[in-house]
Design a protein around this ligand. Structure first.
Ligand code: ADP
Length: 568
């Protein structure tokens, strides 16, 4: 076993001096290493790390100063303290020379035992501290690496989990919706209602999965904001439209107040701001059993100067609900926290909404504050910095991209697509369920490239109900083959994560085919729901991108749009 005692190198060309030094220092629990010349000292320093070096100055061949200079070149002893011991070189000139050579102290001969013992004791203590510090740094580095690895594993796990959840959710949501519609009227009403329950439970699960993915995106800084001027009034009106029926159904009031002095536009990410307010309003309605909810938009203007103050704009949601105890007001912004664990049973929820809200608010250059009185109600306020105010700008139309919060964007996307559909076709938006002359989907051929059997069955069921003819490839390669053999395919629905050949490769290969079929419209349908995934799909050749679980209205409108665009 290696000796773990600290080592002291003692260097002197006379053996009796070395022995005398050892005797003086015999009470220290150290290992003494002797060297009878400068050369020997250098050689020893190559193999050992020393806590301290006691170096005689006057020696033949190589003096102590030279020896120390060479020892210092060795990494392991570059900072080892050196005490020079000398009888004749005790004036200042030599002391300075010694310090320049890397010595830290001087002792003159004849050595006074107590002085030597005192100095050695101090240097050994410093050495011990140094070892402890090195150990602590090593541990901290290891911990940091472990934490990084754990963080990466967590992110990977959550991203994969989100993907894995979406695929079965696709079947659950689509099938339960189809059953609940009871289109053929061949099921007792009670059973149809049960299917509605399954559908809404699936929706809740989807929101949880989306929440998790949002958190991952925020934590890993992958969340990209799309800043654009937003028309405040119509934004607030949309919220009012959405929550009014909820208020009515719960017997609550819902008042909306937009102060005159608020700016016309704010520069923000409308989808994210909507996500924040939707969460605050949903909570307000969820935790209020009597009374109601106020949504108020107001401006903070300095009365004297007329300028906006730091927090220029405030959107607040006030309710007359159960309220929150003072000592819980910070806790509620932590992940998975609910004031009363039991509330989840009474009110539902996952306890992540406010954490996401606060993180998003910060990203949007704002912050969220809460005031509450238990039993009386709460006010959550989102403040915006003056940088968000945009009085001069014209709003640009929102760009609609597929998102996980179908409710957020759905209306916009639907409106946009509906408009296109109406303009071009003048037909009803929802295809007739039988193949009548009004159904443009009738007989259109869709190639479904998907490896999950349940999803294949689900898609087949819902698509054939609309009149489509479906052919299937269970991986990218089979899809490609099917397309070569069926050049009359009108559209491809392409899953992404598949064995043998994934959807990205399949789409790239399709776009390289040497027949006209390479132009076939492709909708990428995937459980991978991050913004980067969408960009990757489009880059690989997709015309559109939809996340699982698929919103059927969106899917049909996209198909209609693509088929019309292609003039088929
Ligand atoms: P969730 O509502 O999904 O549980 P949130 O993060 O949105 O998660 O809220 C965390 C907790 O904060 C809630 O469970 C509830 O206890 C409390 N809370 C949030 N908003 C309100 C409100 N308006 N009134 C009373 N309690 C609230």
């Amino acid at each position: 076993m290696e000796n773990s005692r600290p080592k002291i190198l003692i260097v002197d060309d006379r053996m009796e001096n070395l022995v005398a030094l050892e005797e003086v220092l015999e009470d220290f629990d150290v290992e003494m290493v002797r060297a009878l010349s400068g050369n020997e000292a250098v050689a020893r320093s190559i193999r050992n790390e020393f806590a301290l070096i006691l170096m005689d100055v006057q020696m033949p061949e190589m003096d102590g100063f030279e020896a120390v200079e060479l020892i210092r070149k060795e990494k392991r002893n570059e900072n080892t303290p050196v005490i020079f011991i000398s009888a004749i070189y005790s004036d200042d000139y030599y002391k300075i020379k010694g310090v320049n050579a890397g010595g830290v102290d001087f002792i003159t001969k004849p050595i006074i035992d107590d002085v030597l013992i005192g100095k050695v004791k101090i240097f050994l203590e410093i050495y011990e501290q140094k070892l402890k510090l090195q150990e602590a740094i090593k541990n901290a580095k290891e911990l940091a690496i472990e934490a990084q690895q754990a963080d990466r594993a967590k992110t990977e796990f959550l991203t994969n989990m989100s993907h894995e959840f979406r695929t079965p959710l696709n079947s659950i949501l689509l099938l339960s919706k189809t059953i609940a519609e009871n289109a053929e009227n061949n099921m007792p009403q009670e059973q149809a209602e049960l299917a509605t329950d399954i559908h809404s439970a699936g929706q809740k699960l989807l929101i949880m999965v989306s929440d998790l993915l949002d958190l991952v995106e925020i934590e890993t800084s992958k969340l990209e904001l799309k800043l654009a001027p937003l028309d405040l009034q119509s934004f607030i009106e949309n919220l009012e439209k959405h929550y009014k029926p909820i208020a009515v159904s719960k017997g609550l009031f819902f008042r909306v107040e937009l102060k005159d002095d608020v700016p016309i536009y704010i520069n923000t990410d409308s989808r994210r701001l909507h996500q924040i307010l939707r969460n605050l309003l949903s909570n307000a309605f969820k935790f209020t059993l009597e009374g109601g909810v106020n949504l108020r938009v107001s401006c903070n203007i300095d009365k004297k100067s007329g300028a906006h103050t730091g927090d220029a704009l405030a959107i607040s949601v006030t309710d007359t609900g159960v309220g929150i105890a003072e000592d819980k007001l910070e806790e509620i912004f932590k992940g998975f926290y609910q004031v009363d664990g039991g509330t989840s049973r009474q009110f539902g929820g996952t306890g992540q909404g406010l954490l996401i809200c606060r993180e998003l608010a910060t990203l949007l250059d704002g912050n969220i504050q809460v005031e509450s009185v238990e039993g009386k109600g709460s006010t959550f306020t989102m403040y915006f910095s003056s940088a968000c105010i945009q009085n001069e700008l014209q709003p640009v139309p929102a760009v609609f991209t597929e998102d996980r919060w179908s409710a957020d964007n759905k209306n916009g996307l639907l409106e946009q697509l509906k408009e296109n559909g109406k303009k071009r076709h003048g037909r009803k938006l929802k295809a007739a369920s039988i193949c009548d002359h009004d159904n443009i989907f009738c007989g259109k051929k869709i190639l479904l490239v998907e490896d999950d059997m349940e999803n294949i069955r689900t898609f087949k069921k819902v698509l054939s109900k609309e009149g489509f003819e479906i052919i299937v490839g269970v991986n990218g390669r089979q899809g490609l083959e099917a397309l070569r053999n069926n050049p009359d395919v009108d559209l491809v629905l392409m899953d992404i994560m598949m064995p043998v050949m994934d959807g990205y490769t399949a789409m790239t290969e399709i776009r390289k085919l040497d027949s006209a079929i390479r132009e076939v419209p492709i909708i990428a349908v995937t459980g991978k729901a991050m913004e980067v995934d969408r960009q990757k799909c489009i880059k690989a050749g997709a015309d559109e991108y939809l996340t699982k679980p698929v919103d059927l209205d969106k899917l049909f409108l996209m198909i209609e749009n693509l088929i019309i665009r292609d003039g088929s």
